[in-house]
Design a protein around this ligand. Sequence first.
Ligand code: T4K
Length: 418
Amino acid sequence: MLARGCIVKSKVDDLAIWGAPPAFKQRLHVGRPNIGNREHLLERIGDLLDRRWLTNDGPFLQEFEKRISERLGVKHCIAVCNATVGLEIAIKATGLAGEVIVPSFTFIATAHALQWQQITPVFCDINPATHNLDPARVKDLITKRTTGIIGVHLWGRPCDVEALADIARRHKLKLLLDAAHAFACSHNGQMIGSFGNAELFSFHATKFLNTFEGGAVVTNDDELARKIRLLRNFGFAGYDIVNCLGTNGKMSEVSAAMGLTSLESLEKFVAANYRNYIEYRQQLADVPGISLLTFDEDEKCNYQYVVLEIDEHAMGITRDQLDDILWAENILSRRYFYPGCHRMEPYRTRYPQASLWLPETERLANKVLCLPTGTAMGSTEIKGICQLIQLIACESEAVKERMLKQPLRHNPLKSYFE
Ligand code: T4K
């Protein structure tokens, strides 16, 4: 259902941050789930209840894994309960230990999956043009304790897999790719999923294709796939044989049913995201201080994130001021991935100097703002959001001055639930 009904604002006094009614009655979320065909989902749920087979390598899970492998052209897909556990399993299966090089400009799960296993995440700076790991900086961070690199395809845009693979090969390191954002995206015509030793997708509710909670590890390596399957199921190698330390990383049948239903609508979800992206791009093109992250249209892409970079000098107000103003209007923009993993615990305490070697991460974490997209968003909402941003940019001097004088009315804790 679309969140119709937008109050058009034409002057600074109309802004909800000073107490006027918000532009949107219903809150607009960055991570509003896409829902496929309900009847198909409910039919599948009926089937699994009739079968009384709810989890543990059930028929829906097997079908889901097969569909993903075929779609991506990768030999093995091992579906998991969420991408964080999938990453932990992939890390263990590839034998990572000691130190692993990761970006700090990513969701905290990338770093936590390492630290959870007492492996040190070594934070590396990014290339500001791509928002992804800078291979030149990766090289500088390799020590005797380094065993691997985890690249992240942030926003679904591929990281420099060739350069990272080259470094990994030369230094005998493993390469994992956190592809949580990159399902159904390609790089040089090849689907993301068969790069590095293994890649990892998230199918969390907020991802453009969801299984409620869920994820998948994909690889072309037979032996690695065998290990990952073992680790996903407590280490069971047979009916009552456990021969290694495993965990419970299984995806349930109801999640796989949602996954199969979501896959049926994948093209529709991508089309909605693409339409939204084009509308934002057109309507924000001339706003001073705002640049919209673009995608390579020659590649396959899911367009699931609408990412702005705010230049506060050109726009006249800061990213955080814009974020506060939008929230008051019921537009729940997100400062992903502020402030960077290195400024979150336990890393902030352990590596208090990290910001010194992460200048680009620091800069970007203070500039990025994500806007709502997905099938819950239509032209009316996007037009309303863009008109507001245009108004704020045009009147930035007045807005800034008034923000200094007048305390904010809305809840600064930014809860989703009123
Ligand atoms: N690697 C990377 C690079 C990742 O980005 C992620 C996850 C992972 C690894 C780990 O994947 P998983 O283990 O989660 O499979 C959200 C997601 O929870 C997280 O999966 C995702 N990345 C991250 C980028 O976004 P939060 O903390 O921002 O979620 P939350 O609860 O604030 O929700 C976001 C927005 O979506 C809110 O406005 C509320 C709305 N929402 C959320 C849910 C769950 C809905 O409208 N409906 C819903 O059902 O992390």
